[in-house]
Design a protein around this ligand. Structure first.
Ligand code: GLY
Length: 380
C-alpha cells in the first residue's frame, strides 16, 4: 500500500477504505500463516510464536477474526474464530493459570461470539469468566486481585480493561453485583492508580487482610515512580469504557486526565516510547506500538462520548497516531511477516519482547480502524 500520499492527520479519513482493504489481505494471509497457533509475539523473523492457551493474550487473534466477521459478514472469519472459546473452556478444567485477565481472553471470544451468533455455550463461558473475575475481588481493599501464586494483595492497572466483562454480565443477567464490583475497582483506579498529573502506577501492593495500600511497584515500567505507556493506555481506554457502561462522569474525567498526560508525552511521530520516564532524553529508548493502538481505541471512545469540538480533540489525536502507525510501523510491504505492526515492547525491565510485533497491538489497531469505519459492536 502506498501510504506516502497521506501527509496529515485529516487524510486518515480518506485513507480508511484502503487501510481496511489492506487489513483484509493481511488477515486473510495470517489465517493461513498462523494455522492453529495462539500468537503472542513475532520477533525479527516475523513468525508469531505459539503461546499457551491460558496466557493473557490468547483472545486477541480470535478477536481480530470476530471483528473482521462482524464488519464483512464473510464466513471464513467466523469459521476461523469459532472454536477458540471452546478450547479456553477445556483449559479452565485443567491445571491452568487463568487470573484477572479473563476479560482479555473471554470478551474477544465467548462474549462477542454470543453477541454475534447467539451461541448459548459461548454465553455460558462468558458468564463463567465473569464469575471467576468477580471472585477475585478483595472487599477490604476494593480491588480485583491481579495474579496468582503468592501475589495475593497485588492489583494492576491492566485490570481496567477487564471490567467490561463484569459490566456485560450485569446487563446480560440483570445481576447488579457484577456492576458493583466493576465500579468499586474502577474507583480504586481513579483514586489510587491514576496520579494527580495523569500518569499511572502499574502495580499497587495492598495488605490483603486490611486492604491498606502498602506501596506502588515498578512492574513493566522503568520503576515505581515512572510512567509505563501501556499502563497509561490501559487506564485511558478502560476508564473510557467504564464511562460508556455507567454514564458516571468520574470515569470520563479520569480517562481525559490520562489522555491529556499521554498526548503531552508523545514524541514527534506520535508513537509513544515504552515508558515516558525511562530516560531523559528518551531518544534511543524503544517505542511501544501496542500502547499507541490501545490508547487510540480509547481516544476514539472519548471522541464519541463528548460532543462537537470537545470530542474532536480526541478524534484528531487518534487520527494523528493511527496515520503514523500506518505509514511508519506497519508491515504492508512484508507479506511474509505475520504481524501487522512492528516496534512493540512487551516487558523491557525483564528484557523480554523488545521491538517486536505484539498480537494485542495488532488487535487494537484493527479495533480502532473498524471503529472509525463505523463498527458499532464493542468487545471491550
Ligand atoms: N497486561 C500485561 C501487559 O500489558 O503487558
Amino acid at each position: 500500500m502506498d501510504t506516502s500520499k497521506w501527509t496529515q492527520a485529516s487524510d486518515l479519513k480518506a485513507a480508511l477504505p484502503a487501510i481496511w482493504d489492506a487489513l483484509q489481505v493481511k488477515v486473510d494471509r495470517m489465517i493461513g500463516q498462523l494455522g492453529e497457533k495462539s500468537p503472542h509475539v513475532a520477533k525479527a523473523d516475523g513468525l508469531y510464536d505459539d503461546m499457551r492457551l491460558d496466557w493473557w493474550t490468547a483472545g486477541f487473534w480470535p478477536g481480530i477474526l470476530w471483528i473482521m466477521y462482524d464488519m464483512t459478514g464473510k464466513e471464513h472469519y467466523r469459521e476461523a474464530a469459532w472454536s477458540w472459546d471452546e478450547k479456553f473452556e477445556q483449559k479452565t478444567i485443567q491445571d491452568n493459570n487463568f487470573h484477572h485477565d479473563v476479560g482479555f481472553q473471554f470478551l474477544p471470544t465467548s462474549v462477542i461470539k454470543y453477541k454475534l451468533t447467539g451461541d448459548k455455550d459461548a454465553k455460558r463461558r462468558g458468564l463463567q469468566a465473569a464469575n471467576f473475575l468477580a471472585g477475585r475481588f478483595n472487599i477490604a481493599g476494593s480491588f480485583l486481585r491481579a495474579w496468582n501464586q503468592d501475589k495475593i494483595g497485588w492489583s494492576i492497572v491492566d485490570s481496567s480493561m477487564n471490567l467490561s466483562i463484569l459490566f456485560w454480565a450485569a446487563q446480560e443477567i440483570g445481576d447488579p453485583r457484577f456492576d458493583h464490583i466493576a465500579r468499586a475497582h474502577a474507583d480504586t483506579v481513579v483514586d489510587k492508580f491514576i496520579r494527580p498529573d495523569g500518569s499511572v502506577n502499574h502495580i499497587l501492593s495492598f495488605d490483603p487482610q486490611t486492604g491498606e495500600l502498602i506501596e506502588p511497584l515498578g512492574g513493566q515500567g522503568h520503576g515505581p515512580d515512572s510512567s509505563w505507556s501501556r499502563g497509561a493506555s490501559w487506564a485511558l481506554h478502560g476508564m473510557a469504557n467504564t464511562y460508556r457502561y455507567t454514564g458516571d462522569k468520574r470515569y470520563l474525567y479520569a480517562a481525559q486526565q490520562v489522555a491529556h498526560y499521554f498526548l503531552a508525552c508523545l514524541p514527534d511521530d506520535h508513537v509513544p516510547h515504552w515508558d515516558f520516564r525511562a530516560a531523559d532524553p528518551l531518544d534511543g529508548e524503544p517505542r511501544d506500538t501496542s500502547a499507541a493502538t490501545c490508547a487510540v481505541s480509547g481516544l476514539i471512545e472519548l471522541g464519541a462520548a463528548l460532543p462537537g469540538a470537545e470530542g474532536a480533540v480526541y478524534r484528531r489525536a487518534a487520527e494523528r497516531i493511527l496515520l503514523s502507525l500506518t505509514q511508519h510501523y506497519a508491515t504492508w510491504d512484508r507479506p511474509e511477516h505475520e504481524g501487522i505492526l512492528l516496534a512493540g515492547t512487551g516487558n523491557k525491565p525483564a528484557w523480554q519482547n523488545i521491538d517486536v510485533s505484539l498480537i494485542y497491538g495488532d488487535y487494537y489497531y484493527v479495533e480502532a480502524i473498524a471503529k472509525l469505519l463505523g463498527w458499532r459492536n464493542r468487545i471491550f
